[in-house]
Ligand binder design. Structure first.
Ligand code: KMH
Ligand code: ZN
Length: 273
């Protein structure tokens, strides 16, 4: 079995300091949280950025500042900017961090309800546009799938040349409006991707660690972090993203799975540094 790639989604676009005071907004706070995750064993930082007041932004200059600050303290970590951004942003606004030519970026593979009246919109043409831009810019997409239908979409767009193989999926499970987070849901997604594909699982809220356990024993990879969950265990807020990563590292150890360094993750995912 390959070593375990741990991704830390340190910030997200929706979670606030009211949910956990350690949620990072400023450049310095993002660097601090990325370092805590990297020191604990994360090889990928999935990155959203905020203005200092917590407002989500896809501003290229803000991404550059945060990415430079993260690289200064985690020199070899893989930085994976979000192109999902926040609900309501335009496509070109969302694509800005890809102009910085990161090794990876997320590519959201469908539209879903996102609570209340919010709709996270990703039409087929949007996904094609983002896929094409990532091919042109030499960026490996992490295919964010919130439901089974989004795997079908990714496979269809792969056949049409908008997404290259081998594909790397992120099963985001337990979002209201998306797939659930029980074992049957996991097995359904897991069994629906091509044999040469890799995947990571991001369980939302209390599903974060049970789903991590399934991925660890199955040979998949794991994402944790404040974007998805702010608790270390029931009622216990995590003090940092690093604490969440440490818990996954402990779990992996118990199951006999070694944790990948950033360069090992690059090899597993076929990234060119
Ligand atoms: N904030 C969500 C609307 C991604 O990073 O690509 C979208 C999201 C997915 O977080
Ligand atoms: Zn995200």
């Amino acid at each position: 079995m390959e070593k375990l790639i741990i991704t830390a989604a340190i910030c997200g676009a929706e979670v606030l300091k009211e949910h956990n005071p350690a949620v990072p907004y400023t450049v310095e706070e993002c660097a601090r949280e990325a370092k805590s995750a990297y020191d604990a064993g994360a090889s990928i930082i999935h990155l959203h950025v905020r203005n200092d007041d917590g407002q989500p932004t896809q501003d290229k200059n803000r991404f550059k500042q945060v990415m430079d600050a993260i690289r200064a303290v985690c020199p070899d970590v893989i930085i994976q900017p979000s192109t999902g951004g926040a609900v309501g942003m335009t496509n070109d606004e969302r694509l800005q961090p890809t102009e910085l030519l990161p090794e990876m970026a997320t590519l959201d593979c469908g539209t879903l309800n996102f609570g209340g009246d919010e709709i996270f919109e990703n039409t087929e043409n949007t996904i094609k546009y983002f896929g094409q831009k990532m091919i042109e810019r030499g960026i490996k997409p992490e295919l964010e799938v919130f439901d089974k239908s989004m795997i079908e979409m990714a496979l269809r767009l792969h056949k049409k040349g908008y997404i290259a193989a081998p594909m790397h999926f992120d099963f985001v499970m337990g979002v209201n409006g998306g797939i659930g987070s029980d074992i049957r849901d996991f097995v359904f997604l897991r069994g629906s991707i091509p044999a040469d594909a890799t995947y990571t699982v991001a369980g939302v809220g209390r599903y974060e660690f049970p789903l991590a356990a399934l991925a660890i024993i199955d040979g998949g990879h794991v994402r944790v972090g404040f974007e998805d969950n702010v608790y270390l265990s029931k009622g216990v807020p995590a003090k940092s993203n690093g604490e969440l990563v440490e818990k996954v590292v402990r779990m992996a150890k118990e199951f006999g799975r070694e944790v990948a360094t950033p360069d090992e993750a690059r090899r597993i995912l076929g990234l060119k540094k």
